[in-house]
Design a protein around this ligand. Structure first.
Ligand code: PHE
Length: 346
């Protein structure tokens, strides 16, 4: 009798636990613990064989009846929960709610900036070209008047592409700037030339708020019989005004790039403080935006152009830098972190 009483007690405990259940998850948990293969009922049934013979019959029938009661109660509970569920979902269908907005795709801010800058130069008569990101050392350096072992190579920390030992090919690298396209274009065509070359470049550099190992540049090249430094200034002045505002002033200062002579860097007066000094211009009133110069005679010789017959100017600018200035972005790493909260602002 002891075992039978014990069984009844367990059954009624299970029933009252079942009564309190309000969610499908809890119900399933209850089913596994009570009616499951390793549940309470199974262990009661298993224990019957160890009872004294005269108690077994009563204990067995108590356990079986209890199991049936629990199964029935379980079925009822399951139906109740299901019914509640569907009435809930009927309540939640509110046809007056506005639909979920669909988010449209956009061009990346760097692509937008490339297009904006390109359209300025296209309107000035330049054509757009593209070139390889994996480049021969010859075009990235040698043809740009930077021979092997020249200290100027240190101006660009280079990512070299591993050599294939079988082919013993010329050194390959990820281009450190778009300038190799100067030589490629002059090799493949003859003056007059007016091109811009937007594209990705790579540098072996630690990243921080103003440096990334991948960057975008726009190169420019104009070659003709009578190109002068005044053309360079006029072209870049017009570019600066169209991108940064009509009342911009420009400043040219001497700078060194092996493939131009003379070489300059161009600054604009700060568009934020108009030259008074603020955080964007590091309190100097001026913002440096690009490097430029007149094509070096050695570069012309390398592509079999007669330096006495032709003159040209070249320039190169960092697109990320221009976008950072224009939109007051203080960390270059934002551009490629793929965070939509940043990207969707533009
Ligand atoms: N290629 C240079 C750089 O990456 C920029 C430049 C281009 C300077 C053309 C002069 C002429 O720093």
């Amino acid at each position: 009798m002891k075992a039978t009483n014990e069984t009844e007690k367990i059954i009624s405990e299970q029933l009252s636990a079942l009564n309190k259940i309000g969610t499908a998850e809890n119900l399933e948990e209850w089913r596994v613990n009570t009616l499951g293969r390793q549940g309470v009922i199974t262990s009661i049934l298993k224990s019957i064989s160890s009872l004294p013979a005269e108690e077994r019959k009563a204990a067995g029938s108590a356990a079986n009846q209890g199991k049936i009661r629990l199964q029935d109660a379980f079925g009822i509970k399951q139906k109740q929960l299901l019914a509640n569920d569907s009435s809930n979902s009927n309540d939640s269908l509110d046809i007056s709610l506005p639909g979920r907005p669909t988010t449209g795709g956009k061009l990346h801010i760097i692509t937008q900036t490339i297009r904006e800058i390109s359209s300025v130069f296209v309107s000035l008569g330049f054509q757009i070209e593209e070139g390889p990101e994996v480049e021969w050392g010859k075009y990235n350096f040698d043809m740009l008047n930077i021979p092997q072992d020249h200290p100027a190579r240190d101006m660009w920390d280079t990512l070299w592409v591993e050599k294939d030992e079988h082919t013993n090919s010329e050194p390959l690298l990820l281009r450190t700037h778009t300038s190799p396209m100067q030589a490629r274009i002059m090799e493949a065509s003859s003056p007059p030339i007016r091109v811009i070359i937007p594209g990705k470049c790579y540098r072996y550099e630690a990243t921080d708020a103003t440096h990334e190992w991948q960057l975008t540049q726009i190169e420019g090249l104009a070659v003709d019989a009578d190109i002068s430094f005044a053309d360079l200034k006029g072209t870049l002045y017009e570019f600066a005004k169209r991108i940064f505002g009509r009342d911009r002033q420009v400043r040219f200062r001497c700078d060194y790039f092996p493939f131009v002579e003379p070489g300059v860097d161009m600054s604009i007066d700060c568009f934020k403080c108009s030259g008074k000094g603020c955080s964007i211009c590091s309190h100097t009133g001026w913002i440096e935006i690009l490097g430029a110069g007149m094509v070096h005679p050695n570069v012309f010789k390398g592509v079999n152009y007669d330096p006495d017959k032709y003159k040209g100017f070249a320039f190169g600018m960092g697109v990320e830098r221009i976008a950072m200035l224009k939109y007051e972005i203080d960390d270059i790493r934002n551009f490629y972190a793929n965070d939509l909260r940043f990207l969707s602002q533009f």
